[in-house]
Design a protein around this ligand. Structure first.
Ligand code: BGC
Length: 714
């Protein structure tokens, strides 16, 4: 239900200072039995009633397409008194901070000229509503500066001596629909204490939190603090080879936390900014810094954890934990590429690559339904899908494998949660994308031409042909439009004909494969001509010829192990999984990684860094291997004919190099558990299913009802 109320803004220009809007109100008689605050802002807001924050929601109202803005509704009855003061501070947030640092540094983006608007209404069980209007007042808050990339400056002295209240003006607001909160709220999650506080070789004081994370620091200052003392903190993900603090890979993001103290002990956490970090450098502090003054707080959307995994191999377990931390750190309301440099955007390709894994770890239905709503809103009229959603790079879009998030994400959600409604909501958007490709290709039935990211960050000497990738995804998206359309009772005959033509044209245009990714896409999307086992054998040989290592980038990597294990090369799939030398999933783990790196060699084997221009240490894309751990190694798979785990297939595929492995996944119908263990004289499988299941152990298939089952194979 859309909502409306007056918008207000300060009459004066507050520059970088975040305004605090104030409304005092009194109840002459009884305090109302019911009281609700509905609120949103242009940027981010923090609402405090009678000195207490009204909600745990961090960074409300969240991040959406500019075509809409979420509002939130809070029960404020417990905080009401006879005499009340409501203070709502408004920061720049995603709406008004510079985004995509490399294109916005001219500050010419009209978003940056938007005022800090506030729109709120309190409704009571008796008495008149109080709405934002000229009876509100505003003043400078202690937040002197706050932007997403550059950090925050807070002057605590202002809390003791607030500036005078000033007038507000009513204005039209952002001119978009106000919609209710759709996704999960962002909340403070893990709290981490310093693993160590130390001096670097350069003599700088640095705190190591032992884990790369997304969030900020909670400061706890000792009683000896004087008014005007300064705290200055810098953030970093890694130390360089010499053990010094390294921030070059943040690019333009200054990422600073500056705090000016009032007198005495005090606490502070930033209001409207976050950092991607493991290390904190203490640039200024009133007293000798002690570890106990600092707590790292991880922030992410409040998602329900549904998946757990462990096995006998410590490095694989750490890899898994790194993927979980990658998801935490990049699921702040929007699935982002990374959380630290001047980027942090909802890159469609990254989301597409990772969604299946994401759904095995957290319940992501609501999260992605929100994002896909924004995708539909920001999709161009002609069907082009922007590179990032919400669209912070207007005019840029239309890359194969990135734009295909439009079809792949709804389909993966449908398989995981079984809701046809998701497909119904997204169908037009899916169809428009396929029509866009049809209208823009230079050759009928293939996708030739266009500007694509290709097999991003692949390591092979031979590059996967962009036209190959584009045409393969054209086939894939068309196939998904057909599947979705049939389920929804649509006439998809034209798309069926198109798909048949694409497959035929693809086979003629690309009779042979030059890279691992080309083999993998041809197999995974049903485009390979002839016997798939022969094609997979050639893929295995290609891997051998490439030095027994993968060369795949963002596009090929998610499907690589699947295509090997599916077509008789399980051992090779495990070889790649367990490989520790560069390039491999475990190489970063051997180098101490606590999240997934953007590149296979973000730290090169010689200890030096990859190019700082593109070197994030918290990029979940390559973490997509986790879906193979669940669906093949542990064997827990959704069944297309029974989506949402109405039935499940459990087909574990063990390897003796892992003595045991277990995974559990909470479907909407209960927990599926799969464990296997080498016992010395055979393999024991323990399986639990909440629904009828097909259990495949080696060559034997068992059709079972819900229950727990044990199989021993000697
Ligand atoms: C992002 C990627 C993204 C890519 C497009 C990068 O800057 O960090 O993850 O998919 O651009 O190729």
């Amino acid at each position: 239900m859309n909502w409306e109320a007056n918008w207000i803004k300060p009459v004066g220009d507050y520059g970088d200072v975040c305004p605090a809007f104030v409304r005092e109100f009194t109840f002459e008689k009884d305090i109302p039995q019911e009281a609700v605050l509905t609120v949103t802002a242009m940027g981010m807001y923090e609402a405090v009633l009678n000195g207490t924050r009204i909600s745990d929601y961090i960074f409300a109202p969240g991040w959406t397409s500019r075509k809409r803005l979420q509002y939130q509704t809070y029960d404020i009855r417990p905080l009401l008194r006879k005499e009340n003061t409501l203070v709502i501070t408004v920061g720049k947030g995603w709406l008004r901070s510079p985004l995509a640092g490399w294109i916005d540094n001219s500050k010419s983006d009209p978003r940056l000229l938007l005022p800090p608007g506030l729109c709120a209404r309190m409704s009571f069980s008796h008495g008149e509503d109080i709405e934002t209007d000229v009876h509100w007042r505003v003043r400078e808050s202690p937040v002197r500066f706050s932007e997403l990339y550059d950090g925050e400056t807070y002057d605590a002295r202002i809390t003791d001596a607030p500036p005078a209240l000033e007038a507000v003006a009513v204005f039209p607001g952002p001119g978009c629909a106000l919609v209710p909160q759709q996704g999960e709220e962002i909340r403070q999650q893990n709290r981490l204490h310093p693993a160590k506080l130390f001096q670097t070789p350069k003599g700088e004081t640095v705190i190591d939190f032992g884990q790369n994370l997304t969030g900020y620091i909670a400061l706890d200052l000792p009683p000896a603090t004087e008014a005007g003392d300064a705290v200055a903190l810098s953030f970093a993900e890694v130390l360089d080879a010499q053990g010094n603090f390294y921030t070059e890979n943040y690019r333009g993001a200054k990422s600073k936390m500056n705090y000016i103290c009032k007198k005495g002990s005090q606490q502070y956490t930033p209001k409207f900014t976050f950092f991607g970090f493991r290390y904190v450098r203490v640039d200024a502090f009133p007293v000798a810094p002690e570890a106990s003054f600092f707590t790292a707080i991880a922030l992410h959307s409040e998602l329900e954890r549904v998946g757990f995994f462990a096995c006998s191999h410590p490095l694989v377990n750490r890899l898994y934990e790194n993927v979980v931390w990658g998801q935490k750190g990049n699921f702040l309301d929007v699935p982002t590429d990374c959380p630290q440099r001047d980027e942090r955007l909802g890159w469609t390709g990254d989301a597409q690559v990772f969604i299946k894994t994401a759904a095995y770890i957290y319940d992501v239905e609501k999260f992605f339904v929100k994002w896909l709503t924004d995708l539909s809103l920001d999709q161009e009229e002609n069907g082009q899908v922007p590179h990032v959603i919400p669209n912070a790079m207007p005019g840029e879009g239309g890359s194969a494998a990135w734009g295909d998030a439009v079809t792949i994400c709804p389909w993966e959600l449908y398989l995981a949660y079984g809701e046809r409604e998701i497909l119904a909501r997204q169908f037009e958007s899916m169809r428009k994308w396929v029509d866009y490709i049809t209208a823009h290709t230079t050759e009928e039935n293939l996708w030739m031409g266009g500007r694509h990211f290709g097999d991003w960050l692949s390591t092979g000497e031979t590059q996967t042909r962009p036209d190959f990738i584009a045409s393969a995804f054209y086939a894939r998206s068309t196939a998904l439009v057909i599947k979705a359309g049939k389920l929804l009772g649509k006439d998809v005959a034209p798309y069926e004909a198109l798909h048949a033509h694409i497959v035929a044209a693809f086979r003629d245009a690309f009779p042979g494969y030059h890279t691992q990714t080309e083999y993998v896409l041809a197999l995974h999307f049903g485009l390979a001509r002839g016997d798939c086992r022969e094609v997979a054998r050639a893929l295995a040989e290609q891997i051998k010829a490439d030095g027994n290592r993968m060369t795949t980038g963002f596009v090929g990597t998610p499907y690589l192990l699947h295509e090997l294990s599916k077509h008789g090369h399980l051992e090779l799939a495990y070889d790649l999984l367990l490989r520790e030398a560069y390039p491999s999933w475990l190489y970063p783990v051997t180098r101490g990684a606590t999240t997934i790196w953007e590149r296979w060699d973000s730290i090169k084997p010689d200890g030096s860094f990859q190019d700082a221009g593109m070197n994030s240490f918290n990029h979940y894309a390559y973490g997509a291997v986790v879906d193979w751990l669940y669906s093949v190694a542990a064997g827990i798979q959704s069944v297309e004919a029974f989506p949402g785990y109405e039935r499940v297939e459990i087909a574990p595929r063990p390897d003796a190099r892992l003595g045991w492995l277990c995974a559990q996944y909470k479907t909407r119908r209960g927990w599926v558990r799969s464990k296997w263990q080498y016992t010395g004289d055979g393999i024991r499988y323990d399986i639990e299913t909440p629904v009828p299941a097909e259990i495949v152990i080696g060559d034997a298939t068992y059709r079972v009802e819900k229950g727990s089952y044990t199989y021993v194979v000697c």
